[in-house]
Design a protein around this ligand. Structure first.
Ligand SMILES: Cc1cc2nc3c(=O)[nH]c(=O)nc-3n(C[C@H](O)[C@H](O)[C@H](O)COP(=O)(O)OP(=O)(O)OC[C@H]3O[C@@H](n4cnc5c(N)ncnc54)[C@H](O)[C@@H]3O)c2cc1C
Length: 397
């Protein structure tokens, strides 16, 4: 193994592990303060998740930024960092490079052309701040004597401060690894239970048959999961349930729990039936007025024998309305880290200063971004947490 401590260039003030959103931000900010920074990543290219985010257009922040959009063991933890780095701070940086962006919906800001624009800005800012980037450099461990020692496939590097910005476990194909949690545990920091978030659900064997028949259909629904209610599009797939509203609910879901789905969130099913009282219209034709035809047909096959409306007893109609407004699905599980946009859980926020992201036990050791137990809802909140927490650490590391 090559040991670099005697070579000045390999002994830096700060090593940042992970050239993703939070790693770039900490490295840039620390570099601007005149600190020498080495940014390590095992990927062939930096910022792989930034590239693919938002379908290649990167939903980089949300102008309706509020701490309530975050899930964490300590809901107050994110407040300090979010208040010191706002969506406007990020858009100002993009504007200074002439990057075009737009608001898609619900405050979500996307690049007009490509997520590569964001990556280019980060790379140029890092170059200006004198950050040295090493790619294809896999970190395998980290320890500390006087300085931090970072073990990699390219040798051992040393630094005064160490920023762990290694992200979560989702999308291993894009470079995700568990090294950040390993480093936290090695230094005696607690890591909360980890699970995939913003992830499609897998159906059980019976439900899968239904979902397969409905595959490709998207419905505007309201989903209740624990105390949370989300409204938006739900998509049936061959593997289970997906779509924005399902991804949102998945971050709050615990195995074994049921989801309550209101299939007609903006209407009253009983009123729909009453409005046509006495009519001979077939139930599946009536439901086709508010649902896609295929859905109406399959729903009738599953829950009621379709017949003319006038032949249903009032009790039957009430039951049917109840099912439409409170369809209970008990997912088999989620589709796992391979399909999850984020990891819920991470380095316990009790271990870190919310102002600096520094470990309370190990001075000089910082954790930023997704590796921390702070998970955003869908809509640009996760990247914004990466920018804000990276910015916070970059002021102190
Ligand atoms: C498909 C997809 C789409 C998404 N879209 C959005 C979106 O539009 N908006 C949004 O807000 N969020 C989105 N997210 C979530 C968002 O991308 C992440 O929350 C965010 O990138 C986390 O930033 P990070 O810096 O903490 O970690 P990452 O961006 O994951 O960076 C971690 C870096 O650490 C490196 N690394 C890991 N292990 C090692 C090791 N052993 N040695 C060296 N380097 C290592 C990785 O290669 C990686 O570059 C999306 C996620 C996915 C998977």
């Amino acid at each position: 193994m090559v040991y670099f401590v005697d070579r000045d260039s390999m002994k830096k003030d700060i090593i940042v592990i992970g050239a993703g959103a939070s790693g770039f931000m900490s490295a840039i900010e620390a570099g601007k303060r005149g600190r020498s920074v080495l940014l390590l990543d095992h990927g062939e290219r930096p910022g792989q998740k930034i590239r693919v985010s938002g379908g290649g257009r990167c939903n980089f922040t949300n102008i309706h930024m509020v701490p309530e959009k975050y899930l964490s063991g300590n809901p107050h933890f994110c407040k300090s960092a979010l208040s010191r780095f706002t969506p406007q701070d990020f858009t100002r940086m993009l504007e200074s490079y002439g990057v075009p962006f737009y608001e898609k919906e619900k405050g979500q800001l996307f690049c007009r052309k490509s997520s590569l624009d964001v990556l280019r800005v980060l790379q140029e800012e890092a170059a200006k701040a004198g950050v040295e980037i090493r790619l294809r450099c896999r970190v395998t461990d980290a320890t500390r004597k006087v300085l931090f020692r970072v073990m990699t496939n390219q040798g051992v590097f040393e630094s005064e401060s160490l920023v762990v910005a290694t992200g979560g476990l989702s999308f291993p194909d894009l470079g995700a690894s568990g090294i950040g949690y390993h480093i936290a545990r090695r230094f005696g920091l607690k890591v909360t239970t980890l699970r995939p978030g913003l992830v499609p659900f897998a159906g059980n064997r019976n439900d899968l048959k239904i979902f397969a028949t409905l595959s490709g259909i998207s419905l505007p629904v309201k989903v209740r999961c624990r105390e949370r209610v989300f409204q938006g599009e739900m998509l049936f797939t061959h593997q289970g349930l997906s779509g924005p509203v399902i991804l949102q609910a998945s971050s709050y879901w615990k195995p074994g729990e049921a989801l309550q789905i209101d299939l007609l969130p903006d209407a009253d099913a009983m009123e729909l039936f009453r409005a046509r009282e006495g009519s001979r219209i077939e139930m599946h034709n009536l439901l086709s007025e508010v649902f896609p035809k295929r859905f109406a047909r399959v729903w009738c096959e599953l829950s009621v024998h379709s017949k003319p409306l006038c032949q249903y007893a009032g009790r039957e109609l009430m039951e049917m309305a109840g099912q439409l407004h409170n369809w209970q699905i008990r997912p088999q599980g989620t589709q796992g880290y391979e399909k999850a946009e984020v990891t819920v859980g991470g380095v316990d926020t009790d271990e870190l200063s919310s102002k600096t992201m520094e470990s309370r036990k190990v001075p000089g050791l910082y954790f930023v971004g997704e590796v921390v137990d702070v998970t955003g809802q869908l809509g640009g909140y996760n990247l914004h947490w990466a920018w804000a927490s990276g910015y916070a650490a970059g002021q102190y590391a």
